[in-house]
Design a protein around this ligand. Sequence first.
Ligand SMILES: C[S@@+](CC[C@H](N)C(=O)[O-])C[C@H]1O[C@@H](n2cnc3c(N)ncnc32)[C@H](O)[C@@H]1O
Ligand code: SF4
Length: 350
Amino acid sequence: MTLVNDTSAFELDQGEPTLRKLVDPFRRAITYLRVSVTDRCDFRCVYCMSEHMTFLPKADLLTLEELDRLCSAFVAKGVNKLRLTGGEPLVRRGIMTLVSSLSRHLASGALKELTLTTNGSQLQKYAAELKTNGVRRINVSLDTLNADKFRAVTRWGDLENVMAGIDAAQAQGLSVKINAVALKGVNEDEIVDLIEWSHGRGMDLTVIEVMPLGDVDESRLGQYLPLSIVRARLAERFTLEDIDYRTGGPARYVHVKETGGRLGFITPLTHNFCESCNRVRITCTGTLYMCLGQNDAADLRRPLRASESNEFLYSAIDEAIARKPKGHDFVIDRRHMKPALSRHMSMTGG
Ligand SMILES: C[S@@+](CC[C@H](N)C(=O)[O-])C[C@H]1O[C@@H](n2cnc3c(N)ncnc32)[C@H](O)[C@@H]1O
Ligand code: SF4
């Protein structure tokens, strides 16, 4: 393959100009895009948002058409996995129009997977449409099986409704993975129950270490529970067998012999998972973050709006990917009890 020239968005493949694929300076192919379609949410999880969040003015958000164009530009440049997230993706008005329109890339074979991460609150309403539009797997975030604790953690959520949403998704044949954030003093005594419940329903479970993103009302150090401790405790109860299973993400998986299910650990603070990073993230305003743990970002809204052709957009994407850092450096600043990064997870979608 020959480059047309160094700055061109195109390269020659067997003599034909094709769009330059996304490869970062560390030779990692960027094939996975996570898109936050809204910063809004119908929950206020204690580790994610403060109770009285200020959301972006609606006018700042990309329209559904712009989101489609942006995602499609990445697909044209080799992204084959797209995850919609948020905020809560399913509270964005008209979201199924976007899902339906993006599903054309599944039909064409350009996209291998269209998926989403959701809090489950709207799944009863949307499970069937997700299935019709080619979504096969979804991640549902659920930190506790106790209704009172669920209300305390999410502030506004209703466990029964989320459970009914999970039922609806499974009834449609969607494969569901549960994500639970491990929270000191909150759900640390429930991880065993969560494993047995998820695996009993044929769902993988991934436990996530709390990440220092954005100011929330409670101290990060108070919430932080190292997964090394969780894992050591689980090993007293279960036989955890390391397996090679990878989803292209940061989770390391084990097979739990007693339940026959898969358990993932995402440990951004205690281990680095950057060497195999294949992903980038876009906020609902069109800002591209090349790394979840760094502040460097590129504005794609401007080139998107500057012209109806994608030329500027492709160049902006190429320039940004050329700056993708090798890895991140999350730290909780213990002196000031402040997060290392001031943006919330609901901006970049986790
Ligand atoms: C920001 S949410 C967006 C999608 C959807 N609202 C949900 O909750 O699944 C994506 C994931 O990020 C996780 N999350 C949010 N804030 C976090 C933090 N500070 N540390 C670790 N995980 C976090 C949530 O638990 C959720 O699994
Ligand atoms: S974790 Fe998800 S559900 Fe909870 S407040 Fe953040 S965006 Fe909303």
